[in-house]
Design a protein around this ligand. Structure first.
Ligand code: NAD
Ligand code: UDP
Length: 341
């Protein structure tokens, strides 16, 4: 297959490029490096099956030659990134997605949209099934991302219905692993960076909110299964193992052997309280199940972060609760977990 991966120099995109190359596919990676990193794809540059194009897909997206599939991953994904890039996030979810759909139509290519569990907002249904329509604030601080993705799902479905494009939508739940940026502000990268630097782990709120974390290798198998199928979706891809942020902090402290304390900061506005995917569709339609337990994935991610000491040190300030500067730490205690868990 010849596959175009938009956002291919990002965390997930680079793993997708690598997996596709490893199974003998030709890969064209388009990325504007706004939140991705050239070094994520550096080692593929010597592979004749790989091409990198530095391009903003919201402005244009053209490509010579045939194309079997497009995996549309381009979009800021970390909350601090989309807070910093609100207009760009809306543009890539709307114009960028339409540009990619037009190209899929022109080439007769399968189109897979990387959508998100944010479609469900702060969910009133638990665990989240694909039938649930969600609970999203259209003007809140997360809306630039959530509504961009909801629009992306809508326009993808419209191109399938009215133009016959072979569209597949995957709703990705929190995914983590090597090649996350230590300073990207997401919870897994932040806790590991903080633990390795011996700085306080910043929990937002009381830490009882939950997320379900999927290891990147599992997620990429799911995306490739979706590319190879003709399923329209939406299909949830995520690991149903649900953890509170307090449990996550505890796991990171144990794995790193860090003596960092826990600091509690103000909970961001509209922060979802619970997240757990129902993956019945993924297992029955794609034969997909996650295999890597959260603790094993964290171990692998910590090893990766340890191999990047300069980046981890440099990120110390970025992740020290900086996303919500001014929010005073309410509790700072070495045994905070024991007190509140
Ligand atoms: P990331 O920020 O590491 O990767 C996104 C990539 O898209 C970056 O390389 C960035 O430079 C590129 N990009 C952004 N705007 C662009 C544009 N206009 N033109 C070209 N390239 C552009 O994030 P990620 O975690 O790898 O996420 C990838 C995709 O998966 C995103 O669409 C995200 O919404 C989705 N997703 C990720 C998660 C997760 O937990 N990682 C969860 C749900 C959905
Ligand atoms: N979070 C936290 N400390 C941090 C970063 C995030 O407690 O340093 C919380 C955040 O408020 C949310 C959860 O961890 O409840 C997951 O946040 P992340 O940004 O990783 O992803 P998302 O909110 O998009 O699921």
């Amino acid at each position: 297959m010849r596959v175009l991966v938009t956002g291919g120099a990002g965390f997930l995109g680079s793993h997708l490029c690598e997996a596709l190359l490893n199974s003998g596919n030709t890969v064209v990676c388009v990325d504007d490096l706004s939140t991705g990193q050239a070094r994520n794809v550096e080692k593929f540059q010597t592979n004749p099956l790989f091409t990198f194009i530095n391009m903003d897909v919201s402005a244009e997206l053209t490509l010579n030659g045939p194309l079997d599939a497009i995996a549309h991953l381009a979009s800021p994904a970390s909350p601090p990134d989309y807070h910093r890039l609100p207009l760009e996030t809306l543009a890539v979810g709307s114009r960028g997605t339409e540009n990619a759909l037009r190209l899929a139509r022109e080439k007769g290519a399968r189109f897979v949209l990387a959508s998100t569990s944010e479609i469900y907002g702060d969910p009133a249904v638990h665990p989240q099934t694909e039938e649930y329509w969600g609970n999203v604030n259209s003007i809140g601080p997360r809306s630039v991302y959530d509504e961009a993705k909801r629009f992306a799902e809508a326009i993808s479905t419209a191109y399938a219905r009215s133009c016959g494009v072979n569209v597949g939508i995957v709703r990705i739940f929190n995914t983590f692993g090597p090649r996350m940026r230590p300073g990207d502000g997401r919870v897994v990268s932040s806790f590991i960076t903080q633990a390795l630097n011996g700085s306080p782990l910043t929990i937002y709120g009381d830490g009882t909110q939950t997320r379900s974390f999927c290891y990147v290798d599992d997620l990429i198998r799911g995306i490739i299964a979706m590319i190879l199928s003709d399923e329209p979706g939406p299909i949830n891809l995520g690991n149903p193992a649900e953890h509170t942020m307090l449990e996550l902090a505890q796991m990171v402290l144990e794995i790193t052997g860090s003596t960092s304390v826990i600091e509690f900061h103000q909970l961001p506005v509209d922060d979802p309280t619970r997240r757990q995917p129902d993956i019945t569709r993924a297992s029955t339609l794609l034969g997909w199940l996650p295999q890597v337990p959260t603790s094993v994935g964290l171990d692998l991610t910590v090893s990766f972060f340890k191999s990047q000491p300069l980046e981890v040190r440099a990120a110390a300030k970025t992740v020290a609760g900086a996303q919500f500067e001014g929010a005073a730490a309410r509790i700072r205690s070495g045994n905070a977990l024991a007190k509140t868990a």
